[in-house]
Design a protein around this ligand. Sequence first.
Ligand SMILES: Nc1ncnc2c1ncn2[C@@H]1O[C@H](COP(=O)(O)OP(=O)(O)OP(=O)(O)O)[C@@H](O)[C@H]1O
Length: 551
Amino acid sequence: MEMEKTKVTELQSNHLNLERNLAAARAHELVQKRELNSAADELESLKRKYSRETEDLSADLRKKERELREATEDLRLARADLERERESVQTLKTTVESQSTAHITLTAQNNALTTQLAALRSSLDYSSADASNMRMELETLRKRYTELESEIREAEMVRRKLHNTIQELKGNIRVFCRVRPLLSSDIPPELSLTITGSLSSALKTNTEDIKRIREQCLAQIDFPDQRDHKEIVLKSSSESAMGQERKEAWNFTFDKVFESDSTQADVFEDISQLAQSCTDGYNVCIFAYGQTGSGKSFTMEGGPTEETAGMIPRAVEQVFQVAEYMKSKGWEYKMEGQFLEIYNETINDLLGKGEFDKKKHEIKHDKGSTRVTDVVVVPLKSSSQVRTLLSMAQSRRTVASTLMNERSSRSHSVFTLRITGTNVHSGESCEGSLNLVDLAGSERLNSSGAGSDKDRLKETQNINKSLSALADVIAALGEKGEKSDKHIPYRNSKLTYLLQNSLSGNSKTLMVLNLSPLATHLGESLCSLRFATKVNNTTIGTAKRTTRVSS
Ligand SMILES: Nc1ncnc2c1ncn2[C@@H]1O[C@H](COP(=O)(O)OP(=O)(O)OP(=O)(O)O)[C@@H](O)[C@H]1O
């Protein structure tokens, strides 16, 4: 029992120990539970914390990823940029290389230029010295130039004086004679039929046919003076009543004789000097005289081409050329033109508008210049204007007469170019005129067939009256040389009265006698040649230019 008691006691103490252990274990468990709970709490808060941190980290990660992508893109762009930069660097490198080559060349050039510059500088130093010498020389030359200019002006005045003295020595009335060529229209139909081929209007070719026809149609006209061209000889042979051959020859001498092959330019060459005188203040008068169809209008007005242009357009052109040339000598010219017709002693304005033979025009003379009332005076600005005036006049005549040639054959036409000049340096002024007159046909009464027609008779009488008035005036002027109070019958015809100032001693006159080459016109040609000889034998006093010097 004791043993049992000890055992119970032992068991009890064990039990107690166990209980104590249990309580301790329980307390420990409680502690442990508490610790567990707090650990769970802690775990929970850690979990939450970690989850937050994980989220933050994920967000961070996403952000980093985005940044990474962006950085990658930036890197790609940067690489592309870099590539481009590399390329441009390469290009620049090439450029730099070529630039440096150029630089080397330029440096070499620069060096050469620097050397040149130095050389130039030193030559410039010499040149500046030269330049100042030259400036002085230039000044001297300028002075000399001014002196020479005034010397030229004086020389020009002397030249003009000499030119006019030559003209005066040649005589103030000169006569030229011009024979026109044979025309196809001159050939009678019965003869022209025998010609093979076409006919040119002026028969210049020398086929056998034409030679034969020439011989049959042409008058025998010789030009013996082949050096000076001053003589013309008309010959005829006829049979006397006794059957003997009678030969006759008539010699005439003029200032110039133009053969049938002479051109308008040939004739003008001898006229141009005279035409030019009007720019020096002279009154110049050029007449075309001759029977109908002898070539007066052709000589004065001419044809439409440059080659066939007559004396009027050529003279006007010449006057314009002289005026242009004289500009450099200080001369300024004003020119105006008028174109009149005298038909049956009535003046008509070929540039006017009114009806022909209706308007009354009066001739007025005042201090050496002549004006006609109520006529159109055209200011002339260029020589080409004259062609327009000539064709205007021609169409006026065509309107006035259905047979224009008939009217122009029976009227005188007078183209007048009036010229006034002033010299801006010397104050000198001058006034001249150029009258170009196409006279009416000079044939005698019986040969114009006037007998049967009253109007034609009146026309022919008027023409003859005015032509003989012209001859009388010229003759009286010739006689006046000896008697200064000699009456000159200018008023005997409209033509002489109109041309009074251009026919008097103060002017220069030229008569161009036109001759037909036809044998049938031999008688008329002789009459014309005798008339022209009378004119040619007249000496009219010295021409004077109309000049003034302004004060
Ligand atoms: N030198 C010449 N060369 C060529 N043809 C000419 C020449 N002279 C005159 N003629 C011609 O002769 C013809 C008559 O000439 P123009 O009409 O000039 O004579 P005209 O004397 O003026 O006659 P009219 O008194 O009838 O006016 C015209 O056909 C003209 O073209």
